[in-house]
Design a binder for this molecule. Sequence first.
Ligand code: ADP
Ligand code: MG
Length: 709
Amino acid sequence: MPEDILKKDVKYIKGVGPNRVKVLNKLGINSLKDLITYFPRAYEDRSQIKSICDIQDGEKATIEATVVQGVTTRMLMRRRSIAKAIISDGTENILVTWFNQPYIKSELKRGETYRFYGRVSIKNGEREMNSPVFDEIGKYKNTSKIIPIYPLTEDIKATTLRRIIEAGLESVGEIKETIPDYLLKKYSLISLNEAIHQIHFPDNFEMFHKARRRLVFDELLSMQLGLLKLKSENNIETKGEKCDKKIKISKVINDLPFKLTSAQSRVLEEIDNDLESSKSMNRLLQGDVGSGKTIVSIIASYKVVKSGFQVAILAPTMILARQHMANFEKVLNQYGIKCGLLVGGMKAKEKQELLEKVSNGEIDILIGTHALLEENVVFKKLGFVVTDEQHRFGVKQRSTISSKGENPNVLVMSATPIPRTLALILYGDLDISIIDELPPNRQKIETYAVSRKMEERVNNFVKEQVNEGRQCYIVCPLVEESEGPSYTIRVDEKTGEQSIIISKGTNTKDLKNVTDMTEKYKNEVFKDYNVENLHGKMKPKEKEEIMQRFKDGKIDILISTTVIEVGVDVPNANIMVIENSERFGLAQLHQLRGRVGRGEYKSYCILKYAGYNELIKKRLELMTKTNDGFVIAEKDLEFRGSGDFFGTKQHGLPEFKIVNLFEDMEELKEVQALAISIIAEDPDLSLEKNKLLASMANKKFSSDKNIII
Ligand code: ADP
Ligand code: MG
């Protein structure tokens, strides 16, 4: 099969006209490859033939039955029609009806036998099957098989999409293999060609499982090989980045006003070793909110600067960059280390001056937001890059900043707790350090989930606390453009099936909600207090000012969107109220909650919710029960059961098409072990037997999309 055929536009497929092209594009299907890797979300088993007498009320079933009384069609009002027939399989008769399908009459012949599939209802002991699909015996299209159910939009019928995918598979022909023979044998995997066909139209469930396993294997292996290759490329011995062994970090540690936790000390030792080694560091530093990651990066920066290098600190928001600046200066100024802050919206002249000091080496540590990634930011001798809250930055951005030095040491800090096993797999290109301990005297944040009915009590509670001198955050679920996705839980009214809708970007209705809510709080509920509002649409300077005033205690109640999510430190704030908390991811709620409980006061988090169902209940209940970010992360994964959370959106890693990180944990471990052994034997995948794997790994991060074939 020529490689190019997969790139062909779907418009060339039989039965796909301009309108359907539009619908397919909306589903993310542009090429033939997209089409055949548009996997079903579920299957309906229509392969089991049932006796009519055994079918229960409400059950969907396939039956093989003969038409005993031919189709009669009756016209109803407004050009509607109803067609009826009676069929029997010898065990019982059943009435079948179709609305508005007058052509049925010519398709069903009395005395002939067909296979029917549809939902059966029983009324007064009489069975009826409504609008079944049917096939002639031996020519099965919609019955007698396992039928794939695809994620759909309203603009296309399930049967139409099935037909298009079938046509797509046909026009692709034999799909080229991606995994070498020796591995297919060793792991008893079916061919890619067979797997792709069987995942859409499985002969039976055993084949479905084999197909899925094969595709999961592909997806994981390509990710693992890609990451490990990145890692081995980073591991090439590089000169110049070695820090001076004579510079002792204990100097800074002894000057600190507090004692490091043992987890912080352990992690610092790991980092110190990396810095002294001639290989450049590539390390993920994980730790729950408030576990004290920043100080670790400050201490490491001391060593790097004193060894003659510069440091870049990349923060996701301006507020955080500024806070880092203050923290770094507080600790490091006394050693004659110079820090600079680079954020968007600076005056041209000011910026020019700063950039000059960075390029001539006057500034030792440059702290900033995305602005650091710009081309005009040039370092004299960059030796260390720290990215904070790394899920905001992608794999690519990480390498952009690193390219400003010669293989600088890289430390990625993340407050999104990921179970260690998973972190090892997802960050296959990084070594991992974990701070699994909070500084002493941290209190548990009391968390409550409350409905609208409790609004007044919540407001009164906030007033009480503020009267005692505390401050409060009220968080609204407006999604900022630069931030992660928000989650809405939708319940299908008919089936009760729950799904999580992920939306990105600001929606104007939300913005209005936030503004309305602010007005109400400002002018009515909390009119006797200092209330301010903070959101991503404000000018950076405005945001800074408000945050500063909140820090200084001049604002009692801060109504905010998730811009305060990361790292902001106000010890006097002890209550957080989260509006529509059902719309946030659990890990995000946990991060938000970490903004309180940073001081000596007992702290509270109140999760308000609208609407209530089992899933919301389960999720919020978990938040009230535990403060352990790792437990929350694990459960979040379980509740969602999908790759979205750990996909690109949050972690800068490619999205999965078929892998479910929760269900496929075992497979993940197996494939990772395999990938490690392959790379150990053949680091640049140059052996003849690994030729296919080399192209798999190379494709991996060449585009943002996951590559299966
Ligand atoms: P993180 O970035 O991991 O969320 P921070 O580094 O912002 O956490 O630390 C939160 C607060 O705890 C900061 O005010 C910091 O100075 C303080 N802190 C850090 N380590 C310790 C420690 N070992 N003992 C006491 N306080 C600490
Ligand atoms: Mg932090």
